[in-house]
Design a protein around this ligand. Structure first.
Ligand SMILES: Nc1nc2c(ncn2[C@@H]2O[C@H](COP(=O)(O)OP(=O)(O)O)[C@@H](O)[C@H]2O)c(=O)[nH]1
Ligand SMILES: [Mg+2]
Length: 287
C-alpha cells in the first residue's frame, strides 16, 4: 500500500492543460558526460584537443588554449544553466525595434552571425538543462527577425539576434548594429561562423563592424560535427589568421561547438559564466 502510494507520488503529474515536461538530453549535464570514456570526455569538454594531433608542430598551441578552465570550473558554471525557483531561466521578451528592448541591469551576452549558422540551436544547447525554455530553431533561413531575450536568473541575459546574409540584411542593420553600439550592459558578443563552410564575405563584414564598434567579441565556430578534422583545421587556421592580423577587439581563441552532439557547450557555458562575472575561475593555469 505504502509502495503504491509512493510510486504514485513519484510519477510525473500530467494535469489537463499543463505543458508536459520535456526530457533532458543525456549529454546536457557534465554529471553524465564524466562517466563516458576519457577520450570522449576530452573531445566534448575541450574540442580543440581532438584536432591537436593533426596540427603541424610549428603551430603554437597556446593560442588555442587561452581559455582552458578546469572541469570543476565547468561544473560550477553548469549550475547557472539549471533553472530553480530562486534562479529562473526563461524566455523573457522579443523586440522588433531597438526602442522595444528592455533596459536591464544584469550583464548581457548576444549571439550574432549569418542566418542558419546555428545561433538558436546553440542557445538551445546552452539551455538544454532547462529544455522548457522556448528557443525556436528554424529550418528556413532568416526566421529570427526579432531579438529574443532570455533571462538567466539575476545573473545575466542571453540575446538571440536576427541573422545577416540571406534575406535578412535589413533587420541586421536596423537592429543589431545600433544594439551593439548602444547596449550598456552588453559584456560580450559571440560572432558565429559555420565550421562546415568557413569564413564568408558576410562574416568578414560582420567582423569589420565589430572592430568599428570596439567592444569585446569572440568568434565561435559552429557545426563542427559536419566536416572532417582536415577541413575544420583549415577553417580554424584561416580564421585564426584573420583574427591575428585584422582584429583588435576579438578574443584570440575561437571557440568550437557542435549543438548537435554537445562538443564545446560546457566550455562555452563556463566562458559566459566567467565574462558575466557569475563565477570566478579556480584553475587559471592556461587562461
Ligand atoms: N549538423 C549540425 N547542424 C546544426 C548545428 N547547429 C544548427 N544546425 C542546423 O542548422 C540549421 C540552422 O540552425 P539555427 O539554429 O536555426 O540557425 P540560426 O538561423 O543561426 O538561428 C538547423 O537546421 C539546425 O538543425 C550543429 O551543431 N550541427
Ligand atoms: Mg535563429
Amino acid at each position: 500500500m505504502l509502495y503504491l502510494r509512493l510510486s504514485r507520488r513519484l510519477q510525473p503529474r500530467t494535469q489537463v492543460g499543463s505543458v508536459p515536461r520535456q526530457s533532458v538530453h543525456k549529454l546536457a549535464s557534465l554529471k553524465n558526460v564524466r562517466m563516458l570514456p576519457p577520450k570522449k570526455v576530452q573531445s566534448l569538454l575541450y574540442p580543440f584537443s581532438q584536432m591537436e594531433t593533426y596540427l603541424d608542430r610549428s603551430v603554437d598551441r597556446t593560442q588555442f588554449q587561452h581559455f582552458h578552465p578546469s572541469v570543476e570550473d565547468m561544473v560550477k558554471a553548469e549550475t547557472l544553466f539549471l533553472s530553480s525557483p530562486s534562479h529562473k531561466i526563461d524566455y523573457y521578451i522579443s523586440a522588433e525595434r531597438l526602442d522595444h528592448v528592455p533596459a536591464l541591469k544584469q550583464p548581457e551576452v548576444c549571439f550574432i552571425g549569418r542566418s542558419n549558422v546555428g545561433k538558436s540551436s546553440l542557445i538551445k544547447a546552452l539551455f538544454s538543462l532547462t529544455p522548457e525554455v522556448e528557443v525556436r530553431v528554424s529550418k528556413t533561413p532568416g526566421h529570427t527577425k526579432k531579438m529574443n531575450f532570455f533571462r538567466v536568473g539575476r545573473a545575466f541575459t542571453v540575446v538571440d539576434m536576427p541573422g545577416y546574409g540571406h534575406r535578412a540584411p535589413k533587420d541586421f542593420v536596423d537592429m543589431v548594429e545600433p544594439y551593439l553600439y548602444t547596449r550598456k550592459n552588453l559584456v560580450r558578443t559571440f560572432l558565429l561562423v559555420d565550421g562546415s563552410v568557413g569564413l564568408q564575405q558576410d562574416d568578414l563584414i560582420a567582423m569589420e563592424m565589430c572592430e568599428e564598434i570596439r567592444r569585446p567579441y569572440v568568434m565561435v565556430v559552429t557545426k563542427i560535427d559536419k566536416s572532417g578534422y582536415g577541413t575544420l583545421l583549415k577553417v580554424l587556421l584561416s580564421l585564426q589568421d584573420v583574427v591575428r592580423t585584422n582584429t583588435m577587439s576579438c578574443f584570440p581563441q575561437p571557440l568550437l561547438v557542435s549543438s548537435l552532439n554537445f562538443w564545446g557547450i560546457y566550455l562555452l557555458r563556463c566562458f559566459i559564466a566567467h565574462v558575466t562575472g557569475s563565477i570566478s575561475l579556480t584553475d587559471t593555469s592556461l587562461s
